[in-house]
Design a protein around this ligand. Sequence first.
Ligand code: DO4
Ligand code: MG
Length: 309
Amino acid sequence: MSRVISITHPGDDQDKRLPAKTRRPTIMKLYRTASGCFVEEQDQFYKPSAYSSDADRWDSLITRDDLYRHLLRGIQDGNWKPVGLTGLENILAPIGSQEVWAAGVTYYRSREARLEESKQAGGGGFYDRVYDAQRPELFFKATPNRVVGPEEPVAIRDDSTWSVPEPELALLVSPKGTITGYTVGNDMSSRSIEGENPLYLPQAKVYNRCCALGPCLLLVETPLPSSTEIRMEILREGRHEFHGATLLSSMKRDPATLVQYLYRNNTFPSGCFLLTGTGIVPPDTFTLKAGDEIRITITSIGTLVNSVG
Ligand code: DO4
Ligand code: MG
């Protein structure tokens, strides 16, 4: 007998009496932790009855094209059991064997910043052109071993004199190219190396601990609203050094179109993560220092906190 679970929108008592199939969509958060994975739904945590935390199992779960429906069914059929947690410990980055890719110059603010940093090298025109071009800028960002999770240190390069975090909405994309989840991403970048020559982009972007993801995968069946806010605060010795915010409505590209370009003649057997570009850039006088704390918040997903190690 299938159980009717209380998946509702806040304040909507009608939905509680409806079977799962006819209920309106709700949001779920999927966490990967050192003690296994958990789903959070309407302030209740669930854990699979038969599941271990190993990477293969995580991969087989998050590569599903029907991830949201699969978990909803799992809760409904009792395969995911309610657990009495008030919070989670030892949260890991929500990545298995996926590659991380990134889009660039998708916000006007990013275009402005690139023009400024590459002025002397004469590289500015490239950023200007890509902002207006039909084809987006897409670049390889990280393998899983270069990605850190919440509360783990991110790194700045020893040979960089100007380093910044880039707070970005990250998409979880299935092997078939469906956007099945969202998380918070940090595309750590060296502005001095990238500014010296646009061909140095892979060095400015790809190095040990160059990317942070977390704290969870937000699973929804519809695209995120354009009112979704991305916020970043940087604390230095406990004091606010920088804060900024932007909205998804300021992104020039549509996430689905970015995925469409990424998947052209390209296969991703385990799916991938795609960072969608930054709309928040600290002033040109700012560079990260060891010990800085970076807090990135995206509406409905949560806050990703990392310090610079
Ligand atoms: O074009 C260089 C990188 C741009 C980028 O990472 C961004 O806009 O977020
Ligand atoms: Mg970026």
